[in-house]
Each structure stands twice: as structure tokens, then as C-alpha cells.
Design a protein around this ligand. Sequence first.
Ligand SMILES: [Cu+2]
Length: 304
Amino acid sequence: MIAKSLFYPCALLTVASLLSACGGSSDDSTGWTTDSSVSLQFAAVAGTTPVSCGTTITSLGTGSQSAQVQDLRFYISDVQLLKEDGSTTPLTLATNDNNNYTDGTHNVSLITLSQAGTGACTTGTLNSTIQGTAPAGRYVGVTMTLGVPMSLNHLSSTDAATPAVLRSDVNPSMSWNWRGGRKFTKIELQSTETGNPVTLLHLGSTGCVGDPANGVAITGCTAPNRLTLTFANFDPAKQQIALDVQSLFAQQNFSVTNSCMSSPTDAGCVSDFAALALNFNPDGTGTGTAIAGQTQTVFKAMSR
Ligand SMILES: [Cu+2]
């Protein structure tokens, strides 16, 4: 504890951290240290109850109804570790493989919390962690983006040169063949009510300008629909990042089909985007950016 003040002299800290780290208290245990490797664990929950394929999820939506997972995958990119002074350090991915890719500037990983062949799940191979390295040091939290970086989002999903994590032969159904770009999330629950209606969220960029199939690169999207997820007090050794389907679909009625495909005029997207604190308006004028002053309620830090 004494050693810390030698390596982190108060003179170098911000006023805010002075108060916590150098305010005269003997408790200077803020944050966690790594010597190099960092493993971020992801999970799905309904409230605090773990969610997986083949188990019944209860207390969903406006009617407190039940459902099973059908598909549960999402892209996470550009993970950064937060220091107490507010600075960030990129996490370097441990590998390029079917679930992870880095081009040196951007990182993208596919988290898969559904497993093909279990219950109602027909696609996916479990992949619940992002492994990487970071410079040795003391950190206090993590920040990341839900979605695929622009520079990687519109690569062909079928070209062998495209990184595996973004290819449809490796990770089926994560690409919209009619739009280009990836589904940032594929969250699908199958209700146990009559007819087993599905409640789904396919989040992705919309209003993208260009025509990649004919050699015209995408130059921008009117609604990027990428979401920054920041956990300011997060210790990867003790905590995980949980997607709460109960919170995401709190305003849905599980007796009927609820579909949000991110189309700018899709009324089925209103409550899902509100839970994500992403700007959306079914008149088509939504900006697809974070709503200032609001915090998303879908992803949360929980103990592991
Ligand atoms: Cu869709």
C-alpha cells in the first residue's frame, strides 16, 4: 500500500482522484492490477438469473411471461481499459480466430452465448470471453463498443479475404444480405406462449450510403447504432458483463411477435432502443447515437 504512492505520486493525479487516493485515508485499494493478460467474461441473465439455451426464462415483458433463447450473439469492439485518471489503454486481442480479429487499429470479437443443438438454439458455438493483453499497471474499469467498427462492418461476408469473425460461412446469419454491414446483436427469444412467437433484436447500422456489391464503398450511415458501454468500476477477475434480456424486453408482450430489425421506421424498435439509450424515432429521424444524459440498462456489471 505504501509502495503505491511511490509509483503513483499524488502530484500526477487529477483533483478527483486526489480525493479518493490521497485524501488521507489508508484505503487506496481502488482498481485492479494486471501484469499482462486480461480476460473479460460475458454472460446473459434475466435480472440476476443466468440465461442459457434449453432453460425457461421467466418474468419477461409486460405480462411476466416465459421464453427460451433461440439465438444470442453480439459483436464487441475496441475494448479499452480505464485508469483512475480517466485515460484509456487498448486491450490487444490475444489471437485472430473465428471469434476475434484485429487489424492493428480496430479490434472486433463475437460473443456467442447460445449453443447450437441445445433447446431452441440452432446456431452458434459458445464463446463468452475476450482474451487480451495490456501493459502492466493499475486499472479501474473497461469501456468498449457494442457493434462492428465502420472500417470492418461493410466487408463482404462471403469473401475468403474477410476476417473469419465477420464471415457468414463461419458465423452464419450475422450479416444482412440486403443491407450490407453486420447485425451487431442477434438476440432472439422464443416465447412459451401459444404458437411460440419470437421476440428479437437485430441491431445494426442503417441509412448507409454506398454500394459495396458494385465497388462503391460505404461512406457513412445516417444511424450508426453503435453503443459505447462503459463500466467505470470493473474488475475482470471478480466481475462479468451481463446482458439482461429482462431489462431489454421489459416493454414487450411475449404473447405476440416482437421484431426490431433496426429499420429507421420500425415501431418495434422503440422500447429496445430506449433500453439501450440509443436515439430512435419511428418517423425515421433517429440519429442512432447515444442519448445524452441517459444510461443504457441492458448491459451491466455483475459478480462472476
Ligand atoms: Cu433482422
